[in-house]
Ligand binder design. Sequence first.
Ligand SMILES: Nc1ncnc2c1ncn2[C@@H]1O[C@H](COP(=O)(O)OP(=O)(O)OP(=O)(O)O)[C@@H](O)[C@H]1O
Ligand SMILES: [Mg+2]
Length: 250
Amino acid sequence: MIKIENLSHQIGGKPILSGINADIPRAGITALIGPNGAGKSTLLSLIARLERIQLGTVHVDDLQIGQCSDRELAQRLSILPQMPDQPLRLTVRELVNFGRHPYHAGRPSAADHAKVKEAIEVLGIEDLADRSLETLSGGQRQRAQIAMIFAQDTTYMLLDEPLNNLDLAGSRTLMRILRRVSDDHGKTIVIVVHDINIASRYADRVVAMKGGRIARQGSPIEVIDAALIRDVFETDAELIEIDGGRIVLS
Ligand SMILES: Nc1ncnc2c1ncn2[C@@H]1O[C@H](COP(=O)(O)OP(=O)(O)OP(=O)(O)O)[C@@H](O)[C@H]1O
Ligand SMILES: [Mg+2]
């Protein structure tokens, strides 16, 4: 479980996160939703130790962020930032290889190579494996980045807006892949999405943020309703129930 307790964060004296308490259970997909500037990326950065925790604690199972080594954490939790560095000269396979770095000191074993191959297959990018990243479309690059994260083989995968750049079919395909990665490979996935209907349909849990605070958390049906859309996104919406879930009509 990722346990976040009394987490607050300021930048230049301005509060960015205030008193966040949340439990993200092991296994399944948790969608993090909320308007631009709500603090979603900041929260993921603190969990993944891309930024130092100022106040409060985050535990990932038995590891306390800030107290464990980088290597220990990198074998437990991976992150795809919202704007990852893109070393464009690499091929897809070379990029995916980077995911194995926490496990070897530059000398990959047969097991490392097997994991890279598996990651490329799971993400369905075999045909792109030897292409240079600079020749790929935004959506194809996105999948290559996620294959790298998958190769890192961590229990927890944090993905900040992985559906960016993806068209309708691309988003659905990726969400189905992530569903399989979670169900068949036992991964806990935390995903930032802007499309509420994607959260409603594919996530097991939803955490809604606004203004650096958690507005609501629970199952999609507990969290997503007209009051949430009004209070968190400040817009009116009509919702319909379908297949036991709630869909926002836009
Ligand atoms: N380095 C920084 N300096 C100043 N303010 C920052 C910095 N990083 C983030 N912020 C501010 O913190 C707030 C939360 O930003 P964050 O990126 O976490 O939001 P978000 O929920 O991920 O938004 P989005 O949906 O647009 O990605 C915003 O008001 C942002 O302007
Ligand atoms: Mg963000």
